[in-house]
Design a protein around this ligand. Structure first.
Ligand SMILES: Cc1ncc(COP(=O)(O)O)c(C=O)c1O
Length: 391
């Protein structure tokens, strides 16, 4: 590179990534092919519009790229093009959720989602997010005793509040979500069901987590977490007389975005192909096995694991334990000093504030990509315990 400053920083970051244990639940390590597509000359092309309907000339090749990404996304999740429409242009998860609500929920309508402190995402109606300002948020929490979703309580709230849309799929919830029950709740109050599978999409693709598609009206996923692709997002909507496909496409452009990032779309297409291979199924199953072992071992060492375990890549660990342990921020700092990277996180009903919460969130996607197995997780739990207890 001619730019020595940036070259040096890229090298520094590569070295940092190599030298740490990465337990950030929303990160992964992409293949060289994904990187090649991302860094390709496709980035030079402006392509406002959709394949065959672009505003600029010269889109013969990127049209093929985008069509391939569309076909691979549908195939990966076993969807018929006659039943589902996918838009592969959203730039990331938050703007994708925003686009979906803009397309399907009138401004001032109600978005029902899980509270941030229970594991929901900012874009599920958090009052500080535009999704909680332009629409009226209805927020539900986890059951305080079981620390899992209480479907009866959600149904009661949904029938009372009659939201326009219910969001299922979370950012810090380790358990399987019962999408059938969410469908019944949505039907009981006349709401749409939107599933945000950003975290577990790779596990769905790898058949290690249930698919939301039989029950949802719309599905969003980022492509950079368990799916192991570039930082990007895609949005699926049911194709029927409600014309969600047309509404969504018009919202993406001209409604919200300009030119799509075709280099990133190509990199996502590479990731979809990789995720359709038999090796990826093995990977997804290993991700869950590793998370289960890590959660169990930490629990054996006396730590409070929210909901008692995990069914996914994600573990929510209460490090504070009502004053018997350490707050999440200190836990995260201590682990980082020892070369283990996690993020601090609120726990359900957290008495502490979001910037100094009671817990940390762990995930096994990146370390499983590096080939880690159950025995590594046992050792990791012991190491984490020693660091956190200052032994
Ligand atoms: C469930 C969920 N939805 C949406 C997002 C937002 O994605 P992005 O950071 O790409 O905007 C995240 C990111 O953490 C997430 O976990």
């Amino acid at each position: 590179m001619k730019d020595k400053q940036i070259e040096k920083l890229i090298k520094e970051e590569e070295k940092r990534q190599k030298s740490v244990v990465n337990l950030i639940a929303s990160e992964n390590i992409v293949s060289d092919d994904v990187l090649k597509a991302l860094g390709s000359k496709l980035t030079n092309k402006y392509a406002e519009g959709y394949p065959g309907r672009r505003y600029y000339g010269g889109n013969q090749v990127v049209d093929k790229v985008e069509n391939l990404a569309i076909a691979r996304a549908l195939k990966l999740f076993k969807l018929k093009p006659t039943e589902w429409h996918v838009n592969v242009q959203p730039l990331s998860g938050s703007p994708a959720n925003f686009a979906l609500y803009t397309a399907l929920v009138p401004v001032g309508g109600k978005i029902m989602g899980m509270k941030l402190s229970s594991g929901g995402h900012l874009t599920h109606g958090y009052p500080g997010s535009m999704t909680g300002k332009l629409w009226k948020p209805v927020q539900f929490e986890l059951d305080k005793n079981t620390e899992v979703i209480d479907y009866d309580a959600i149904k009661k709230l949904a029938v009372e509040e009659k939201p326009n849309i219910i969001v299922a799929g979370f950012t810090a919830y380790p358990r399987v979500v019962d999408f059938k029950k969410f469908r019944e709740i949505a039907d009981a109050c006349g709401a749409l069901l939107h599933v945000d599978m950003s975290h577990f999409a790779g596990l769905v693709a790898g058949l290690a987590y249930p698919s939301p598609f039989p029950y949802a009206d719309s599905v969003m996923t980022t492509t950079h977490k368990s799916l192991r692709g570039p930082r990007h997002a895609i949005l699926f909507v049911k194709k029927d007389e409600r014309e969600f496909d047309k509404k969504l496409d018009k919202t993406i452009i001209p409604g919200l975005f300009g030119g799509p990032h075709e280099n990133t779309i190509a990199a996502a297409a590479v990731a979809f192909l990789e995720a359709s291979k038999p090796e990826f199924k093995k990977y997804a199953k290993q991700v869950v096995k590793n998370a289960r072992v890590l959660a169990k071992e930490l629990q054996k060492l006396g730590w409070h694991i929210i909901s008692g375990g995990t069914d996914s890549h994600l573990i929510l660990m209460d490090t504070w334990m009502d004053g018997k342990g350490v707050p999440g921020k200190i836990a995260s700092d201590k682990l980082e000093k020892a070369g283990i990277i996690v993020n601090m996180n609120t726990i359900p009903g957290d008495p502490r504030p979001p910037m100094d919460p009671s817990g940390i969130r762990l995930g096994t996607c990146a370390e499983t990509t590096r080939g880690k197995k159950e025995s590594d997780m046992v050792k990791l739990a012991v190491r984490m315990d020693k660091i956190l207890r200052g032994k």
